[in-house]
Design a protein around this ligand. Sequence first.
Ligand code: F6P
Length: 323
Amino acid sequence: VTRIGVLTSGGDAPGMNAAVRAVVRTGIYHGLEVYAVMRGYQGMIENDIVKMESRSVANIIQRGGTILKTARSKEFFTPEGRKKAYENLKSHGINGLIVVGGDGSFNGALKFSEEFDIPCIGLPGTIDKDIAGSDFTIGFDTAVNTAIDAIDKIRDTADAHDRLFIIEVMGRDAGYIALHSGVATGAEHVLIPEHKTDIDEVINSLQEKEKRKKLMNLIVVAEGDEFGGGEQVTKYIKEKLPNADIKITVLGHIQRGGSPTCADRILASRMGYHAVLCLMEGRNNVMVGIVNDQMHYTPLSKAVKAKQQIDEDWFDMIKILAS
Ligand code: F6P
């Protein structure tokens, strides 16, 4: 490769900027020209492509969001859209592409590199951590720490009023933010899409706690849980426990923003650095991951939409620790 493109796509995630910085500076160090494709695949289709210099990525390692901007492009999922995108890359002489994004973005990259002669490397950038082939994804650690910070604050007021709080966190298909933030804040229950919850057992346990005057309880719900998120769960519990003082907080998009944590900056820097080396070594269609602290390369086809198994013992543990 001689000229590479880098883009961020799908939901933004804190640490994407650190990844872009690593790609740009590693590429330039090795004598490559590096181009930023703005607004994900949409910018590729609209030829919104700019040449990057080392200084273009100054002062961004600590910033949330993505200076390249991002989008969820529907047009890229049509053959015409991908053809336009390919012609634009060709017009700039770009012959390698690095995509920072989640499963939707990897599906796009996969299709694109099957159709055209441009090797693609994926970097897992999503707060959801729902990608196979990496222990962590860029943005997860920051998002979960933001959630913890908020839930700790809710705990203060919940305790003061002896209230039951339902807290909805992000994750429309994945429960990792809920699971990790729930355990880390000592929540009584965690409801996630990957695990079937016996909601009546939750009610029974709340009733039992009520009897022994433990009225402050936290329930963390992933937005994509089997009952349809926090509102639905709250409605159901209110019906069953009409005398309980119940509040709901939906944390929403604050979980996507903010300055990346140390873990996310390092993850993103390592992945961005190795993504460029991958292209230089002639790899195609792989995702760069880190497993057990070692670089790990997974075919993009295997990285997408990994419904990961969550061990039952997480839930046994939550029950025991919050009893
Ligand atoms: O995939 C990241 C994520 O933040 C999910 O957790 C959430 O369900 C979704 O994106 C929200 O997407 P949008 O910002 O487009 O509403």
